[in-house]
Design a protein around this ligand. Structure first.
Ligand code: HEC
Length: 134
């Protein structure tokens, strides 16, 4: 868990001072543009397209709640980034180059360092801010 916050702190530092709200805004825009149609703007799984899908979109606002109160950031990153070979996520679109941009190193909870993009990290940070506690 600690490495996770270290990664966030490092990310915040790479941005111009005081720009965390900018990051938050970008994460929000990415989420609203690419995810909300299915998962809903509150990430509760009730996007406008949800009733038309074969599999109901997951409630992403309860990911922390369902994981003992810890937001599973690594898991979310892996799913958004690496789901395309899985039938399970057949209904989730390929995002192609949507999240391309400057690369950053992400330190996973078990200490591995993986390259990813800043856009994806900002999306995940925004998603974490939508978590409900009960
Ligand atoms: C076209 C609809 C659609 C869009 C757009 C979409 N998703 Fe999904 N997503 C789904 C569906 C359906 C599932 C449930 C898959 C299943 O359970 O088999 C899912 C599951 C997930 C899961 C797994 C949740 C869990 O319980 O582990 C994550 C994380 C996720 N989506 C994140 C995102 C993010 C982030 C975006 C935007 C970048 C996004 N999704 C865009 C339909 C969508």
């Amino acid at each position: 868990m600690r490495t996770y916050w270290v990664a966030f702190a490092a990310l915040a530092l790479t941005q111009a001072a005081g720009c965390t709200t900018e990051a938050d805004t970008r994460g929000r825009a990415l989420f609203n543009d690419n995810c909300a149609v299915c998962h809903g703007r509150k990430a509760d799984g009730n996007g406008p397209l949800a009733p038309k899908l074969e599999v109901w979109p997951a409630n992403l606002s309860e990911l922390a709640l369902n994981n003992g109160g810890v937001f599973p950031a690594d898991d979310v990153l892996a799913k958004v980034h690496g789901y395309s070979n899985s039938d399970h996520f057949a209904d989730m679109p390929e995002f192609g180059s949507v999240f391309d941009g400057p690369e950053v190193m992400w330190t996973t909870a078990d200490g591995a360092r993986i390259p990813t993009t800043q856009n994806l990290i900002e999306l995940v940070i925004y998603l974490e801010s939508l978590q409900v506690s009960e």
